[in-house]
Design a protein around this ligand. Sequence first.
Ligand SMILES: [Fe+2]
Length: 198
Amino acid sequence: MEGEFVLDTHVVRAFVSDVEQAIAGSSSPEAACDAIRPRFSELLADPDWLPAAFQADAPESGMGGGIGQWLLYRAGDGSLSLFSLVVPAGSQTPIHDHLAWGLVGLYRGTQDEEIYAYMDGELVPSERRALGPGDFYALIPPQDDIHRVRTTSATASVSIHLLTNDTGCIWRHAYDLATGDVTPFRSGYANVDCPDQS
Ligand SMILES: [Fe+2]
C-alpha cells in the first residue's frame, strides 16, 4: 500500500525515507528512536518546511479546545504517521494516550507537559516537564504514554509527532482525573478522513 503524503515536499519525503530506513535497520524501538534523533532534531530546527496551514488551530477539532491535529504523512498500512499538533494559547489537551512508540518534539511556542501513571489503581501525575522549541523526547509505551500538554506561550504551540501508528485514526483513551473514567476516543485529523470514513 502506498503512503499518503498530505504535505508532499522534498523535505517530508526525505525525512520519511530516512525514518523508514532507520526503523528497518533497528532491532528495537529504542534503537530506532536513537537512529532517528539527529534527523528529527534537524526537522525541528528547520524554520521553513512546515506551511502555515499546518500550524493553525482547528475550531471543530476532535481534541476540543481548538486543537488542530494535521496529518503530514502516513504509511499505507497504518504503521507510521507524521503530524503536527497545534494547541492554541490557553488551551490544553485532554489527558490521553498514544499506544505507539515514536518521537515527539516542539517546533513553535512553549508547553508544559504533565505525565500520568497508575499508582495503586489510581491515575496520578508522575512527572512534569517544560518544553521549548527544539526539545523532543522518545515515547516508548507503556512508559510515559499518558499525558496532557498545555500551551504556555502567548501564541499557539506546534509540536511534531512521529508515531508508529495512524494516531489520529486509532481508538485510544481519554482519562478523566476527577471521575477516574477512561473513555475510548479517536481524535481524527483536521485535514483528512480516517480510512473507514472515506
Ligand atoms: Fe500526546
